[in-house]
Design a protein around this ligand. Structure first.
Ligand code: KG4
Ligand code: ZN
Length: 348
């Protein structure tokens, strides 16, 4: 079975053709247009700018994804239509959470295509898509239930306990900033370009030892909650006290900051796995692209006889393939008239 998947919840416009066959999700094509360079100039995402770019790119992105997957080259809209009609069984789309203008671009385009071509629509929660990125290119039974899901993206930080597909409970999440947001906001204070996660990782990896220490908020609380907004205050105080920081010292700040964020993520995720007797931990979201985090979590999980799994790095950050993966493994089409973009969508 093949799905066209569409993701436009934040700054990316992404379309994929994803297939489920022989117990495995494969990506046939994945095309992502990003307006990140535009947002780098403003130091963050301006929602209206993001949506305007998505309106401009959504059809081109879909056509390109179809072109790459089609059995013959597309030369016209008619070719694209017949590829959709004959080679695609359903359309999956992110309907939340995210920026309302951006979500509407994907959702309304999907409804139109679905209506015209009579294809079922599967609306997907973007956050669950991040976890299901782990199913791409893996045999389904490699991922053993029950598992703990850790979502660490630019807007969300959540821990979930999954008994099986569609049967999960939310264990906890951030009370304020998300883990990725903590990277981005403190990165801005350090004059790093947006999004700051990759550069902070890179700078942190150049440091072997530092005396700088930032607190890992609520690390000792007996719950699965997180709080990262206090880190901004700590980093800002440090910058005020050290106005002329050398590059070496800036790297040390990055190292200490990354450690403070990861220590609490590691501790609570591993504790959740133990408490719920899970031998598998799935991680998803942009912060899951961090190699240092991957290495430490893998090692610590093994020490408690569990496996930490991550998506391939290109599927950790926003992409349509993860939306297709979720839709094919939780195939629940909904009438187009009942689907609405929901910027506040969470875990019902
Ligand atoms: O999942 P994502 O692509 O978008 C959202 O759904 O939010 O996540 C983007 C976030 C940004 O905050 C970015 O700084 C962070 O992921 N990120 C990283 C790394 N790569 C991206 N954080 C830490 N280390 C990285 N290598
Ligand atoms: Zn995301």
């Amino acid at each position: 079975m093949r799905a066209l998947a569409i993701e436009s919840s934040c700054d990316e416009t992404s379309a994929s053709i994803v297939e489920l066959s022989e117990n495995k999700i494969s990506v046939i094509s994945d095309v992502t247009a990003t307006s990140l360079s535009l947002h780098a100039t403003t130091g963050g995402i301006i929602p209206e700018n993001a949506a305007r770019m998505q309106v401009k790119y959504i059809l081109r992105t879909i056509i390109e994804a179809l072109n790459k997957s089609a059995t013959k080259r597309l030369n016209s809209w008619e070719d694209a239509r017949s590829t959709l009609e004959n080679e695609v069984d359903a359309i999956a789309v992110t309907y939340g959470p995210g920026l309302i203008g951006s979500l509407l671009v994907g959702v309304e385009t999907t409804k139109t295509l679905s209506y015209v071509l009579k294809k079922p629509i599967i609306p997907v929660n973007h956050l669950l898509g991040h976890l299901y990125a782990n199913y791409i290119d893996r045999q389904q039974d490699e991922i053993r239930f029950p598992f703990i899901g850790l979502i660490v993206s630019g807007g969300h930080t959540d821990l979930l306990f999954f008994r099986k597909h569609e049967e999960f409970i939310w264990l906890g999440g951030t009370r304020d900033d998300a883990a990725g947001e903590a990277f981005d906001k403190t990165g801005r204070m350090l004059n790093l370009s947006y999004p700051a996660g990759p550069e902070i990782e890179n700078r942190a990896s150049r440091v072997e030892k530092t005396n700088i220490k930032f607190k890992s908020p609520i690390i000792n609380e007996d719950n699965f909650d997180f709080s990262f907004s206090g880190l901004k205050t700590e980093v800002s105080r440090f910058i005020q006290q050290n106005p002329n920081m050398s590059e070496g010292l800036r790297n040390e700040v990055c190292h200490a900051l990354q450690k403070a964020i990861f220590d609490v993520l590691l501790k609570k995720t591993l504790r959740a796995a133990k408490m719920y007797s899970c031998k598998t931990i799935l991680v998803g979201g942009g912060v899951a692209a961090n190699q240092t985090f991957r290495d430490i979590l893998e090692e610590k999980a093994l020490a408690q006889d569990a496996n930490a799994l991550f998506p391939e790095k290109k599927y950790s950050t926003d992409n349509a393939s993860m939306i297709g993966a979720y839709a094919l493994l939780n195939f629940k089409p909904i009438d187009w008239e009942k689907i609405n973009a929901d910027p506040e969508l969470y875990f019902a």
